[in-house]
Design a protein around this ligand. Structure first.
Ligand code: HEC
Length: 475
């Protein structure tokens, strides 16, 4: 029997609205239970192979694997079994995985936090006798490359290999790594890979661009200087390394063009989002590379990978630094008397709108907590980042899932609290002493015992729609 056109239309309409209702229902449900994490629940019987290994693979093994940054691997049953007591301790106290940023304030790419269910699975597994289970259910272990975690680099530049002394002390260096490429071009991403992950504790490197005629030989000069004393400016080291142009001026410098911390797999933004320029003659300058204390001499040979942009980027990545050495003063001046807990502020008003990619809060051993937000002209608050329990060891560069727009006229406010009492386990002095920023080389203060309060922002000049642009890199 033939259907009348109206009936047909009604049926189609019904079908469409049914599907739409389903979709709406699904998304409401998703909103209620709090996407994006898929909720798996806690099984009655918990086993290593099916339940625990997947959690460790997702949250732990990027550091806890053979030759990884952590002192032991969590990739095999026996090792995990042996460590179960300490795992319970550090997981229940939220010490591991290390992720200082408060997820109730703002979110970042690579956020590494165990859900309550995941913690319960780990604890239940231990309570039930830490059984292995069915080996066919073991997940594929994740693969990590010694060469690159971001793909096929266009250029790889090796740091000179050198001997890290086995003197059981922290060692800080300034390392120059010059290179030449066939022509000036644009870079999309730079990645640093340590030669030995347990040795390299962290790295902050700038990229220097030389005008072709400004420096005859970029390869000239020493490559490494030890820095026992923390310099605020690196003039002496730069002279020793022959970093300056032939006429003594400073080449163009991208601050913090590349950063590394254990477990950080490199930042690459989607194609077309920001980028750097790079010249025929260029150099990396690791102004802050920290080697962890070791007992026996060991060689390290780390490298940088450069990924070219397919097209010249429309907007170059910019950087601003608030606080110490930066564009905004610290109020009051950063002097922390003994036996005090003190909060300092630094404020910066943006005259034109910006789109923030990444933020990096930086303090030393007296750091206690830090918060950054922007206040708009209409007095709206835009949360940026909050760290409730500062951990000197884990100073990430935090990248937003979508660019964070700060409108014109808004003021960025950063408040840092320092604890100079004996309650602070990391206080380098007992009894506590006055600690301040140090702008000179007098007094031979070891690097970490001086204080800093710095907030680095990498951003683009704002364009319409930026706030919807995802920064998650899809391979
Ligand atoms: C970003 C790197 C990183 C990640 C991710 C990480 N760890 Fe660690 N872990 C370390 C380092 C480094 C140490 C050595 C101690 C230190 O330096 O804090 C450590 C130490 C430990 C310890 C020993 C603590 C002690 O007091 O002896 C345990 C247990 C541990 N981690 C468990 C875990 C578990 C479980 C996870 C995942 C849920 C995890 N870690 C994720 C880097 C990491």
């Amino acid at each position: 029997m033939a259907m009348s056109p109206t009936k047909k239309r009604n049926l189609v309409f019904l079908a469409v609205s049914f599907v739409l209702t389903l979709l709406v229902f699904q998304s409401v449900k998703r909103a209620l239970i709090g996407e994006p994490k898929e909720v798996k629940g806690v099984p009655d019987q918990v086993f290593y192979a099916s339940d625990v290994a997947p959690i460790l693979n997702e949250h732990c093994v990027k550091c806890h694997r053979q030759h990884g940054a952590a002192p032991f691997s969590l990739m095999d049953y026996k090792k995990v079994y042996r460590k179960k007591k300490t795992i319970r301790k550090v997981v229940s106290k939220n010490i591991m995985p290390p992720w200082p940023a408060d997820p109730t304030y703002s979110h970042f790419i690579g956020e590494n936090i165990l859900t309550d269910d995941e913690k319960e699975i780990l604890f239940k597994w231990m309570d039930q006798g830490a059984r292995f289970g069915d080996s066919s259910k073991l997940p594929e272990p994740p693969v990590f490359s010694k060469v690159s975690n971001l793909g096929e680099p266009d250029v790889t530049v090796y740091l000179d290999s050198f001997l890290v002394k086995g003197n059981n002390r922290d060692q800080f260096m300034v390392i120059k790594t010059p290179f030449e490429i066939p022509q000036d071009t644009f870079i999309r991403a730079i990645e640093f890979l340590p030669g030995k992950e347990q040795l390299v504790h962290h790295l902050n490197a700038d990229l220097l661009l030389y005008d072709f005629d400004a420096k005859a030989d970029v390869m000239d000069g020493n490559r490494v200087v030890d820095v026992e004393i923390h310099p605020m400016e690196f003039d002496e080291e730069f002279k020793q390394l022959k970093v300056y142009n032939d006429d003594g001026s400073m080449p163009y410098r991208y601050h913090s063009a590349v950063n590394y911390l254990p477990g950080v797999m490199g930042t690459i933004y989607p194609e077309g989002v920001g980028g750097f320029k790079v010249n025929r003659k260029s150099s990396f300058i690791a102004r802050d590379i920290h080697y962890a204390p070791i007992q026996e001499d060991a060689w390290d040979r780390s490298h940088y990978n450069i990924f070219y942009a397919k097209e010249p980027p429309k907007r170059l990545t910019k950087e601003m630094m608030l606080g110490t050495n930066g564009i905004s003063p610290i109020r009051p001046q950063l002097i922390i008397p003994p036996d005090t807990v003190m909060t300092f502020k630094t404020l910066y008003r943006v005259s034109a709108p910006i789109s923030i990619l990444t933020v990096n809060p930086h303090m030393h051993l007296l750091g206690d907590r830090i918060i950054a937000y922007a206040v708009t002209v209409e007095k709206d608050t835009i949360p940026m980042i909050r760290i409730n329990r500062w951990d000197f060891r884990w100073q990430y560069f935090y990248t937003y899932p979508k660019m964070l727009k700060i409108p014109a006229g808004a003021t960025i406010v950063v408040e840092a609290t320092f604890d100079n009492t004996t309650n602070n386990k990391n206080n380098p002095y007992n009894p506590p002493r006055t600690i301040a920023e140090r702008y000179d080389r007098e007094g031979a203060g070891m690097r970490t015992t001086d204080e800093m309060f710095q907030f680095i922002i990498t951003y683009l000049d704002y364009e319409d729609g930026d706030e919807n642009q995802s920064l998650v890199y899809e391979r």
